[in-house]
Write a protein that binds this ligand. Structure first.
Ligand SMILES: Nc1ncnc2c1ncn2[C@@H]1O[C@H](COP(=O)(O)OP(=O)(O)O)[C@@H](O)[C@H]1O
Ligand SMILES: [Mg+2]
Length: 306
């Protein structure tokens, strides 16, 4: 099986084909790069804001005494699959919820497609929500609704103008896109296997044709074959539809198989955000254990022989 990804990487060259240099970027951004705060392992690279789906700067999240994020920076480039990893409780889900406007941070700035995502303007936030699809960690399907009814919900909520017939067609299309058989449409979530429930959640996340897809641990609990199939589905959909993916995962195989870059959360911030070959080399105890412990070596091996 060839799992080596052919990814649409964001441009690292200028229009004339030269590698993008710091001199090519606007002065303000170049300054951020040169004058990077020494306390940060990772500084977002200079580049045009147009290249970014998400930009997070100086994010602080705190619950009571517990500081989850402190001065966290992160860029997600348009059209990439970014893998987000980190130990349990490092704040991966909270970071996702902050970008989605579901968690209000104590401090920081978050832009989604160049728009302030922390705005109090409901109309602006709604426009961002319309461009975002989410598969939550627990699937979060309504248990009393069928798969088709779950997938129809975002369409009903945001597109009242779509009539019942067209909506039913769109729902069927999304269910097929997520790799489910038509028969799954009339089943309740409890009647599906774990893998099929994930696909149903994905179908709902795709309901509004998102430009930005958030996936929180989508392969957790799936067997290795089911997980690999789900990875390939995400990659195929991303290549066909061109959206940007923010993918939280524990699964090393997923990182090697489909992610353009990997962001590591530790010590309340993003330590490094880079192609996996660079991340593997990063000198930090958690990174070294994760990538070079027994599971890491096995995933590297299977990526090489693929
Ligand atoms: N709404 C909340 N209220 C209080 N604590 C929270 C809340 N959401 C998350 N936390 C805490 O923040 C930390 C990070 O959580 P989370 O982002 O879910 O971690 P993970 O990286 O495993 O996804 C955890 O210690 C969690 O208990
Ligand atoms: Mg989580």
């Amino acid at each position: 099986m060839n799992r080596a990804p052919q990814l649409n990487r964001p441009p690292t060259t200028t229009d004339s084909g030269e590698p993008r240099r710091i001199e090519d970027t606007p002065l303000s951004e170049a300054r951020i790069k040169r004058d990077g705060d020494e306390r940060h392992g990772y500084r977002p690279e200079a580049g045009s804001d147009d290249d970014l789906a998400v930009s997070v700067r100086g994010l602080t999240n705190q619950f009571g005494e517990q500081i989850v994020h402190q001065n966290l920076d992160l860029d997600v480039r348009r059209g990439e699959i970014l893998g987000v990893v980190g130990g349990s409780g490092t704040g991966k889900s909270v970071l996702m919820r902050s970008i989605l406007g579901l968690n209000v941070p104590q401090a920081g700035k978050i832009d989604v497609f160049g728009t302030d995502a922390l705005t109090n303007d409901d109309a602006v936030r709604r426009r961002i929500d319309l461009r975002s699809g989410v598969l939550f960690q627990d699937g979060a399907l309504f248990s009393s609704l069928t798969v088709a009814e779950n997938v129809a919900l975002p369409l009903k909520e945001h597109h009242e103008e779509i009539d019942d017939d067209l909506r039913a067609q769109l729902v069927r299309l999304k269910i097929r896109l997520a790799g489910l058989p038509d028969e799954a449409a009339d089943k309740l979530p409890a009647q599906l296997s774990g893998g099929m429930r994930k696909r149903a959640g994905l179908a709902r996340a795709l309901a509004l044709d998102p430009d930005l897809l958030f996936l929180d641990e989508p392969t957790a609990g799936l067997d290795p074959i089911g997980a690999a199939a789900f990875d390939q589905l995400i990659l195929t959909l991303q290549q066909a539809l061109g959206f940007t993916v923010f993918l939280i995962t524990h699964d090393l195989d997923t990182l090697y198989a489909i992610c353009n870059r990997v962001a590591v959360l530790a010590d309340k911030r993003v330590l490094i955000n880079a192609p996996i070959q660079q991340v593997e080399q990063f000198d930090h105890p958690w990174v070294q254990e994760y990538f070079h412990g027994p599971r890491g070596r096995a995933a590297q091996h299977s990526a090489q022989v693929a």
